[in-house]
Design a protein around this ligand. Structure first.
Ligand code: ASP
Ligand code: MG
Length: 411
């Protein structure tokens, strides 16, 4: 017998028929003798609608009231799920964040979980009841309702799993797992059976939208295995049909590269003629950080004349104007030429096997060179190599790399 937390995303509870389908899966797990706790998202589209209501009345709305409004979507699905389970003869009870309580800090709209008091939920499970927790929401020390940021129910799921010392957190969604790359670009993309927390963290940070980044960070820290699986397939979580995100030690076959990720949402900034003196990087990146600009890849050239150098870095497209504004106000940068490029894309290959294999980067550079794709910026970490290229070659590059690292499905 295992203890499982099953989280259902918005598309898996999009209407009453789907809620009933999800309830069938939970009932099947219970029938197999597993102990199950459930976390639900709002019906798909509902949170967007609630956010829009707040915006319509006042774009500068009070963050506390925003949370009071947007948390309501999950209340509806938690209650409906409990009703659907009861209809199947499974004892069930809904729980809102404040009833648990699931305590968060007071950063409304993007709160962090402080702790989950599992006393009452554990009592409920001992009494053979399935607790159904509303995802995405919690309560602050001031007894106000808080929410965890968009996609936050994943984090609720993982946090509850670790608080309940569950064996696994199953995340039911509308895809059957994590893929080697975006199947819309590469039809030969394969579902990954097992992936390490670290690889998943890189892929999620790079924009693979299946899991909220924070939920992966938490799973990593708490060592909580997470399975991503489809709620539309017939298999249930304990059949292990999906992608298991787990410890590196539990993965026998360590692929050199496990996934190819990309993002089209970055812009490149080049500063030409930056004074080559100590402290200049701090003068640049300090104000950018203060203005909440997320700087990603940074390269600085060696100065040839000892007086000035060039520096290139990337920022999210949506933060480019803010970044330019900040740059124009740094007085040491008066003579510096600022060049920006929005027609770029970032392509990354990720894999824990890179740690123990040489020549991984070379494969990437060769594959891109063979297609005549120019690389603007390169950055590497222990398990990731990222390059910036022109946006127009993005799909070509992703396909080439997927093939070059042997990820294409053979059947
Ligand atoms: N309903 C919330 C959202 O759409 C939380 C979630 O589904 O994870 O962001
Ligand atoms: Mg989600």
């Amino acid at each position: 017998m295992a203890r499982i937390v099953a989280k259902f995303g918005g598309t898996s509870v999009a209407d009453t028929a789907r809620i009933e389908r999800a309830a069938d899966k939970i009932a099947a797990e219970v029938a197999r003798g597993h102990e199950v706790a459930v976390v639900v998202s709002a019906m798909s589209g509902v949170t967007n609608q609630l956010v829009e209501y707040c915006r319509q009345i006042s774009p500068g709305h009070d963050a506390r009231e925003y949370d009071a409004v947007v948390a309501s979507g999950e209340q509806v699905t938690a209650g409906l799920m409990a009703i659907a389970l009861q209809k199947r003869g499974v004892a069930a009870r809904s729980w809102m964040g404040w009833q648990v309580p699931l305590r968060t800090d007071d950063v409304h709209g993007k709160a962090r979980i402080l702790d989950i008091d599992t006393t009452r939920m554990s009592d409920s499970m001992r009494a053979k009841e399935v607790p159904v927790l509303a995802g995405f929401q919690g309560v602050t020390d001031e007894q106000r309702i808080s929410t965890l940021g968009r996609g936050g129910s994943d984090t609720t799921g993982v946090a509850l799993a670790s608080a309940l010392k569950a064996d696994r957190c199953d995340i039911y969604t509308d895809v059957d797992g994590v893929y080697t790359t975006d199947p819309r670009i590469v039809p030969e993309a394969r579902k990954i059976n097992k992936i390490s927390y670290e690889e998943m963290l890189e892929l999620a940070s790079l924009g693979a939208k299946v899991l909220q980044v924070r939920s992966v960070e938490m799973a990593f820290k708490q060592n909580m295995p997470v399975q991503v699986l489809s709620s539309f397939d017939d298999a249930i979580g304990s059949d292990l049909p999906g992608t298991l995100v787990t410890r590196e030690e539990d993965i026998m076959e360590k692929s050199v590269v496990n996934g190819v990720a990309y993002s089209k949402d970055d812009a490149k900034i080049t500063l030409a003629g930056v004074p080559d003196v100590p402290g200049v990087a701090a003068k640049l990146f300090g104000p950018l950080a203060d203005a909440n600009v997320n700087v990603d890849m940074i390269v600085q050239n060696v100065s040839l004349d000892g007086k000035s150098t060039d520096m290139t870095f990337t920022v999210p497209l949506g933060e480019l104007d803010r970044a330019k504004d900040v740059l124009s106000k740094i007085k040491e940068f008066k003579g510096v030429k600022v060049l920006t490029d929005t027609q770029i894309a970032k392509v990354s290959v990720v894999g824990i096997g890179m740690r123990s294999h040489a020549g991984v980067a070379l494969t990437m550079f060769k594959a891109l060179a063979e297609r005549g794709i120019n690389i603007y910026v390169i950055s590497t970490s222990e398990i990731k190599i990222s390059v910036i290229i022109s946006k127009e070659y993005l799909e070509l590059a992703v396909r080439a790399l997927h093939t070059a690292y042997g990820l294409d499905k053979t059947a």
